[in-house]
Write a protein that binds this ligand. Structure first.
Ligand SMILES: [Cu+2]
Length: 305
């Protein structure tokens, strides 16, 4: 889900053998160090603190130090292939484990060992509530690309499509891809004035400290063919870290702010005209035509296609 950064590291690691130029580009973009290209799976020693435990997915969210030869310090979820270790470990525990990397999207923790259980209870393990369709969204203050405060409640009566991005996202298949899809949707809605009027798009930054209004404005213009009139229909907003946490968690987003990168999951949300959640499209491989017809349906337009 949120393992964007690890995936990129793994991809770099495994593609380094084939393309040193691509690997070098990734190396420049990311704080990774590549290891030698041999063997099928690689083992690294991970030391860190467990912040979350998800039983259904046998998954731990761990904040850990740098893994020499592989990755910088960060916080992210890992699958665990050690049933006994998984059963015993609790949020707050300091652990060591083997990080096994077998390929892109294929990595897990093994041989979990609890070094200290003194921090148990200091970390909340209650999973956040993700809004179900029909539930009302938190009405946080958002600051748009012009520095103006807007609220989701201000769009009652319109169908609103929301997604989460950050301008420094270095992975073309994540934020830039979703922003391009939003640009396609924006253009499609602009063809029919009544549909344009009854819908709205919002991109929320996952990196509010960096993504100030001028930065969001520049980023937005890039997807609006440099036409600032497009901001009337598509807002690029940031908010405070606390409000971001509230709204992102409500929409099931996972994100882990680091120094210059924010590994994160992706989710696109449709709000109905009454301001409640209507639908989710997780990830990035949804179809713009499907989202466009959902937008039209929610404002009462019958799709002809
Ligand atoms: Cu991204």
């Amino acid at each position: 889900m949120a393992n964007v950064q690890l995936r990129a590291a793994v991809r770099a690691l495994f593609s380094a053998c084939e393309s040193s130029a691509a690997a070098l580009a990734l190396l420049v973009a990311l704080p990774w160090m590549l290891t030698a290209c041999h063997g099928s799976s690689k083992h690294y020693l991970l030391q860190g603190q467990v912040l979350g435990k998800r039983d259904s997915a046998q998954q731990l969210t761990v904040t850990h130090g740098a893994i020499p030869g592989f990755m910088a310090a960060m916080t992210m979820p890992y699958a665990v292939k050690d049933p006994r270790g998984f059963r015993e470990v609790q949020p707050g525990d300091l652990i060591t484990a083997d990080l096994v990397v077998a390929g892109e999207n294929d990595y897990w923790l093994e041989r979990l060992s609890i070094k200290s259980a003194a921090g148990r209870g200091s970390v909340s393990s209650v999973p956040a509530h993700v809004l179900m369709p029909g539930e009302r969204v938190p009405d946080v203050r958002l600051t748009n690309q012009d520095g103006r405060t807007i609220r989701l409640s201000g769009f009652r009566g319109k169908a609103v499509l929301i997604t989460f991005i950050y301008t420094r996202c270095p992975f073309p298949t994540f934020c830039p891809l979703v922003s391009s899809k939003f640009a396609t949707i924006h253009k499609a809605m602009a063809k029919v004035p009544a549909e344009y009027e009854a819908t709205h798009l919002i991109s929320i930054s996952l990196d509010p400290a960096y993504d100030t209004p001028p930065i969001m404005r520049t980023y937005g213009l890039n997807y609006l063919a440099n036409d600032p009139k497009g901001f009337e229909h598509w807002d690029f907003v940031s908010t405070t870290p606390d409000d971001l946490n509230a709204v992102a968690t409500a929409f099931g987003l996972e994100y882990f702010p680091q120094a210059n990168l924010v590994p994160h999951s992706m989710n696109t949300i449709l709000l109905a005209t009454d301001g409640t959640v209507s639908r989710y499209w997780p990830g990035t491989d949804w179809n713009t035509s499907e989202v466009i017809s959902a937008l039209r349906h929610s404002i009462g337009v019958k799709d002809e296609r």
